[in-house]
Write a protein that binds this ligand. Structure first.
Ligand code: GUN
Length: 292
């Protein structure tokens, strides 16, 4: 693999191997393995794939994973009832409710119902508040994975200008908090751009590290980046590709072919941020088991 292409699969194997060693140690000390419960509501095909990958990751590292599938007609109260049962289940250390939920369900209310000590997604306001206050406990998996990728490839964000495209609760906002924390993996100067940002292209060109998480296929083009940029692509977009067997292909938020000509390091899609997200979820589940 071209050395400028950041190998998310290889890095995720490193993290999973560390988690697997710690799971074995925990089992020797306590006699039990960590448990991760994933709640999947509805039949969104992309969500089903993500959940299956999470379950596979758990199996690989010795975490007891279970997927609870609910129909898309499930009510908000029914989902919350399932979460409450998991909250009081001593074999469940971590709970993840896969997003997005069907439109008739308020994601905020469901997230609030999760025990903050089992919130391995780090999305409960208690945990996002701890991160914003500079005392992180469960860091959302995608931002956590991105920081690990940067540090483990020698692209420490310390003192560098990082531009984050997107301000979502899952990626952009927690990532900007994480990168500006004091300490290893932090200490960056962070600019968060969003739909109301005026001079977005100019800001992107001033980035030493550019992280795209806006959900627009191949939005970042080579004229928007400077030579030597480290480009991290969080996007996973399905675009039509009649020549492919499935009829679609996956592309990121960055135009890989053109931006890779100028970047010093770049993540591919797929095989970049995605696998690291799963590895960090497993790492959070291990942390949850230690807290119980
Ligand atoms: N859907 C896409 N990414 C995520 C994530 O990180 N957590 C949850 N719960 N759902 C998602």
């Amino acid at each position: 693999m071209d050395s400028k292409i950041i190998d998310g699969i290889g890095l995720s194997r490193q993290v999973k191997s560390e988690v697997s060693d710690s799971v074995k140690r925990l089992k020797m000390e306590t006699g039990r393995s960590p448990g991760l419960s994933v709640v999947l509501v509805g039949d969104d095909p992309a969500s089903a794939i993500y959940v299956r990958n999470k379950q596979r990751g758990a199996d690989e590292v010795g975490i007891l994973g279970e997927t609870i599938s609910m129909p898309k007609t499930a009510t908000e109260n029914e989902v919350i009832r399932v979460v409450n049962e998991l909250n009081s289940d001593p074999n469940c250390d971590g709970i993840l409710v896969q997003l997005p939920l069907p439109e008739h369900i308020d994601e905020g209310r469901v997230t609030l119902s999760i025990d903050p000590l089992k919130d391995v997604d780090g999305l409960h306001p208690f945990n996002s508040g701890l991160l914003a206050a500079g005392k992180p406990r469960f860091v959302p998996a995608t931002p956590g994975g991105i920081v690990q990728m940067l540090v483990r490839t020698g692209n420490d964000p310390m003192g560098r200008h990082v531009v984050v495209l997107g301000r979502s609760n899952i990626v952009g906002r927690p990532l900007s908090n994480l990168l500006s924390l004091k300490g290893k993996g932090g200490n960056a100067t962070v600019t968060v751009c969003h739909s109301q940002t005026k001079n977005i292209e100019e800001l992107c060109r001033s980035a030493e590290i550019l992280i795209a998480a806006i959900g627009i296929p191949e939005y970042v083009t080579s004229d928007m980046v400077s030579d030597g940029v480290v480009a991290i692509d969080v996007g996973i977009n399905r675009v039509s590709a009649p020549d492919r067997k499935r009829g679609y292909k996956l592309v990121g938020d960055i135009d890989f072919l053109s931006v890779s000509q100028k970047a010093s390091a770049i993540t591919p899609v797929p095989g970049g941020v995605g696998p690291m997200t799963i590895a960090m979820l497993l790492s959070n589940t291990l942390l949850a088991a230690r807290l119980h």
